[in-house]
Write a new protein. Sequence first.
Length: 702
Amino acid sequence: MSSRRRGDTEGKWSGPLSIDATSEGLTVFDAVERHQCTLWADGDVVPTVADSDRFLFPVDAAVSVETSKLTLPNGPAVFVRTADGETVSEATPPAEVSVDTGTYSIELAAAVKLYVRASGPLTVSTSVSEISVELEDAGEILVGARSRHENPAGTITTTTDPVDMMEAVSHLGSALKTTSPERSYPTLRGHPPLVELGDEVSIPDSVTKPDNGIRLELPAEYRSIYVGAPLAYYLGATMEPAPAPKLVVGDGEFEHRLDTHRGFEAEVERVLKQVFVLDCVTRTEGLYQVDLHEREALESLVDLDFDTLYDADLATQLEAYLDVDYETVEPYVPDWKQTTHVSPDPNSVEVLPFVVNDLAVVRSPTTRELGDNDLQTAAVRDFMRGGDGTRSAGLRDDTPHTVRPEQVDSVEQSWVGEGAPLGASKPTTVAFRNGLDRDHSDGDIDITVVCNDEEMDAEGDVVNDAYGQRSDLPFDVNVHRHLTTDELREVLAEPTDFFHFIGHIDGEGFKCPDGLLDVADLDHVGVDAFFLNACQSYGQGMELLEKGSISGVATVRDVVNRGAEAIGKTIAHLLNRGFTLNAALDVASDESIMSNRYVVVGDGTFALTQSESRTPIVYEVEEVDDVDDDYRLTIHAYPTSDAGMGSILFPFVENRYYLNSGQVDSFVLSEGELVDLLQLEDVPVKTEDDLYWSHELPELIL
């Protein structure tokens, strides 16, 4: 980590955020999310604690420094406002904004929410690589920061009675920080309160549901409650029992049936998506008046006055939104981040707050029969005929019961039910709650690599090289080889952000030179997340969650060495660049026919690091057949827990924003334009031939 110089801020921070002086200027660090950013200063600075009330927006930590200039690398967007909140400018690169005498609030896009307060005259400059705030003369600049980490406000207790569950779900919307269209921003939604089963209904005083007259009337059954929960949360609606499902405003001023020809689940999904995307368009009249692609596309297609709608009540907005044909809106609804298949079982209610926090679409589980293509058994046999063995090493078979959820049109899928899912993650309530209890970090991102088979030592070297290749973030990578059971037990007990195991596992445990270590025999592990690159590691992965881990990648069948090594290397690179575990496994799936044998367990939104652009992206590049030296670039975005559904993405291809989930758009670029873009940030690039990294591709193109 950058060397620190002591100032009056040392030891002042009680929350997850700290702002301290470094040799470059200031470093802002979120000890829970493990996010940090550096502000370069003009000359040495000695920060002193500032009053957070001096900022226009809430901040968790604030300092005052004397300098003439602060610069933030890797920040594409900046919003300049007067001290009372009036927007002066929204500057996207390249831009330069100069303002006269007065006090200004400047919001910077970064891994941690940053605000600068300074007095003009001053100039704000943006480029594709940095944002700077420069005063005419050196003076006081205030820097405030707010953590993106969200904690539930309390825990609701409910019985297994569906009517009681409806009362509990009705309070999930208490986490909304606004019921205006700005709730489509993930930072203004908040984490819903937890839910647990008990003998009676109990709602903490800290949990107060919105009083907006919106009701979701549904049959009193688990399936309907779970499917309707994300919509109830997003609208801040009260859920009430009724024979026919419908959305109701007030005393019936507006009603929308949910048992349409589409079917109940599909209609709830349609309403959620339609209201959400039109909120995203309407909110451009509010705090963030950006040029949004989706608004530009829809404005000429729908008869809606977004200026008037922004100030209208929720009932008026809903009626106007749902009066539009969904077929008109559908092409501009972003690929949904998450679809979660939730078993209509009473215990599933406890995972519901985490599902709706991700604004997932909920469906009842349906599966299809598994075939050879699901597990690629023929391909595995072909690998083995070629002399490339599996990692089972003759250990006891511990294959879990596997299911294949029906595929849906979303970026990710998860499965809350019996069995190990193929093509979906396996979240658990205990893993989510482990994430809420995550310890504060000292700053370094700790990675532990264990290679317990000498034939795989080369893979350990490759993985070690892949982690920590970020000059902007501090990594501490420790590699261990051929650990005994006692040594591995000690390693698992030590706190670490990520544990990458290479070797052999079966139902009885991790193979060590002196025997097997079963995680079930341990009291607790200090591992936050893991990648168990071994055969049949699913059972041990689930045990790690029970013992304190948050998330991980495990296998449901034997894996072939060559394919496992390719996936391990790729996932390490992707985690290093800020991809979540769900996203990393999805992108790595093209690297080997073994990919269907891997599954994310626990909280698949876990990210080891932050992405330079906040939303991790993948470029897909192909040559344009009828134009020499032109390329078609398609951008795919993978939302994270802090840049979730509703965040915006500036692609540096066009001077406008897009909603940040799934396939963003396609653009035709010249060879020179493509090479310039690829050099801005190191991102994965898919071509017809392979998966590359953007720093490698220009050499192949030129």
